[in-house]
Design a protein around this ligand. Structure first.
Ligand code: GLP
Length: 241
């Protein structure tokens, strides 16, 4: 079930997402599913502010990230491990051992199995998601089966083009593969916060909310989830009927 909220500005969108997150942070020992990309950065800023101003502690909180590029060293400036530290973990009191980000190096097939097994020991209380302009969530590109678990994914040209802005606008520097939680892994979360802003997300958002449920639009699987808060700006909501 979708609860759709449309706001004027990115800051307001982020604050709405934070309100849902705050409800989960108030629970005992919550497990957070986290995402990278520009969409959740404002939410992470609110979480850092709340930690500083209200003393919300992350000492007993576990986090699981959705995905990681294959082949970048962990400390590469564009790895998702680095992104999460620079945008959230370095500014809150989370112990490093509570942080889980898929590993995109070494025996990556085995890493998929290990990550899924670790994830399965817990229930994610809230999963943060963005959406790709092609309707992907995490790095589950169109065509990914709805029953997929953590797996390797060849990235679409469009996704690599969208993400080239982080790699000197050079698509050739964007890794060709990723390790990602699968769609079934994501659907196990108790609650989902989807954040989408900007006109380039409008088609994907329409597909997710009003389109046919189909693997051609991976985000459409969320139509089957009992608790999804979708926070949009007007541009991302512009194609909704
Ligand atoms: C990447 C990530 C996704 C993210 C998407 C949108 O491909 N793997 O998890 O949702 O991009 O990113 P952004 O929020 O920057 O638009």
């Amino acid at each position: 079930m979708f609860n759709v909220i449309v706001k004027d500005t990115y800051d307001e969108v982020s604050f709405e997402a934070f309100k849902v997150m705050k409800g989960v942070l108030n629970q005992e020992k919550p497990v957070l599913g986290l995402a990278t990309g520009s969409s959740p950065v404002g939410l992470y800023k609110e979480m850092i502010k709340d930690h500083k101003e209200n003393g919300t502690s992350y000492k007993d909180i576990l986090t699981f990230n959705l995905d990681e590029y294959i082949g970048l060293p962990r400390d590469h400036e564009q790895s998702y491990w680095t992104f999460m530290h620079e945008n959230l973990f370095d500014f809150i009191d989370i112990p490093e051992e509570n942080v889980h980000v898929p590993l995109g190096n070494g025996d990556v097939e085995q890493n998929c199995i290990d990550y899924e097994n670790e994830l399965k020991k817990h229930v994610v209380d809230v999963q943060v998601l963005g959406i790709g302009s092609d309707g992907h969530i995490a790095f589950n590109e169109p065509g990914t089966p709805f029953d997929s678990l953590t797996h390797l994914m060849d990235l679409e040209e469009q996704t690599r083009q969208d993400n080239a802005r982080f790699f000197d606008n050079d698509i050739n520097q964007v890794p060709e593969r990723a390790i990602t939680m699968g769609l079934a892994s994501i659907m196990r979360a108790r609650k989902i916060i989807m954040i989408a802003t900007g006109a380039n997300k409008a088609d994907a958002v329409k597909g997710m909310l009003e389109g046919e449920k189909t693997t051609a639009c991976p985000a459409s699987i969320l139509q089957d989830h009992p608790d999804v808060t979708v926070v949009l700006d007007k541009e991302a909501a512009s194609k909704l009927g």
